[in-house]
Design a protein around this ligand. Structure first.
Ligand code: FNR
Length: 363
């Protein structure tokens, strides 16, 4: 029996397998007007396809909790009713196809207001569709404009926005929320001394730098049902071992705190906070971080990053390096990867009923 295709239970939620789709921004919503941040037909088809392909759980892309928290003007948002209705259709579609719908909630912080990557990804200046980015301090990301430093009142307002969007996510039918604490966006930028130079209670020591992440987590946990899980995506390192930065040692300590705050699974990524960081990218390069955090914090983890082969994915789970694997670009290339891997590894295939009775036995 394949370990990859064993179900996993988090609180009362059972997910049929351990091949999940990670959040991936599609930059395909309207930037202004009444449809701002609203999921479109593209999003419906995109997520439905991966659910039909057999991913046990689908994490909808980073969705902003506030307008200025969007990475690009074209991001999804979840701060109003229209956005909520559109995302309810996406969640229903994922569920109808047998996968568990989850949504990542985020705030882009100092990396906000940038153009779509396929149009160069440059900062979009404040004006027609762009806005002034905010951050823990005025330290810019790379050559982006300097963010304005958040006041304590503004920080607390953002914490409340995370909780409000989580309430909307629940009403829209999502079974879990993932807090985006990675890739140099607002939460990660608070964690790292590279980007957080504050001298108040939200900066300085480990306790100060992790305060925002933990406040967001507690605020979301307070509105999220006891019997449903909470996920948190972290960057386990800034990849700057030669100078003061966010490290794997601190990530382990944070993981223990997140566990106490009610997080059920840590989604372990890396990097994104320092433009010039040298990252040794290669097959499964982030898996050791997921393994270490799992071993040292007792929290369940997911591994992500250049996991592309069924045998590679199976081994990560069978060896206990992570509880779940996430396949990003590979599921863009091949949405049916999970069905094909199940055939190869001897796991349960989960065809939609409309296909299963004709293709199931040989699919
Ligand atoms: C991403 N990634 C990403 N991560 C995240 O936490 N929130 C997001 O919205 C996005 N958006 C996004 C868009 C696109 C087009 C890509 C390719 C990636 C990172 C993604 O979840 C994943 O961690 C990486 O793609 C690495 O995994 P793969 O692609 O090597 O399997």
């Amino acid at each position: 029996m394949s370990a990859l295709f064993e179900p996993i239970t988090l609180r009362s939620l059972t997910v049929p397998n351990r091949v999940w789709m990670p959040p991936m921004c599609m930059y395909s919503a309207q930037p202004v007007g009444p449809e701002t941040g609203v999921a479109t037909d593209f999003h419906l088809a995109h997520y439905a396809t991966r659910a039909a392909g057999g991913a046990g759980l689908v994490i909808v892309e980073s969705t902003a909790v506030r307008p200025e928290g969007r990475i690009s003007p074209y991001d999804l948002g979840l701060w109003n009713d229209r956005q909520q209705e559109s995302l309810a259709r996406v969640a229903a579609q994922i569920s109808a196809l047998g996968a568990v719908p989850v949504i990542q909630l985020g705030h882009a912080g100092r990396k906000a207001s940038t153009d779509r990557p396929w149009q160069g990804g440059a900062p979009v200046p404040a004006g027609d569709i762009g806005w002034q980015a905010v951050g823990p301090s005025t330290v810019p990301f790379g050559s982006n404009p300097s963010p304005s430093e958040l006041t304590v009142e503004e920080i607390q307002e953002i914490v409340r926005s995370f909780a409000a969007s989580a309430e909307r996510a629940l009403a829209a039918g999502f079974k879990a929320v993932e807090i985006h604490g990675a890739h140099g966006y607002l939460t990660h930028s608070f964690l790292s001394p590279v980007s957080n130079h504050r001298t108040d209670g939200y900066g300085g020591s480990f306790e100060g730098r992790t305060r925002f992440a933990l406040e967001v987590t507690r605020a979301v946990r307070a509105v999220w049902p006891e019997d449903l899980p909470l996920l948190f995506r972290v960057s386990a390192t800034d990849w700057l071992d030669d100078r003061e930065s966010w490290t794997a040692d601190e990530t382990v300590l944070l993981a223990r705190e997140l566990k106490k705050a009610g997080v059920d699974l840590l989604d372990v990524s890396t990097g994104g906070n320092v433009k010039e960081a040298a990252i040794p990218v290669g097959p499964g390069y982030q898996v050791p971080f997921a393994a270490r955090i799992r071993a040292e914090s007792g929290l369940a983890t997911s591994a992500v990053g250049l996991i592309t082969e069924p045998v590679q994915a199976e081994k990560i789970i069978a060896d206990g390096q992570a509880d779940v694997v996430l396949l990003g670009r590979e599921l863009l290339r091949n949405p049916y990867w999970p069905q094909q891997a199940a055939r190869e590894l001897g796991g349960d295939r989960r065809w939609p009923v409309q296909y299963g009775y004709v293709v199931g036995s040989r699919g």
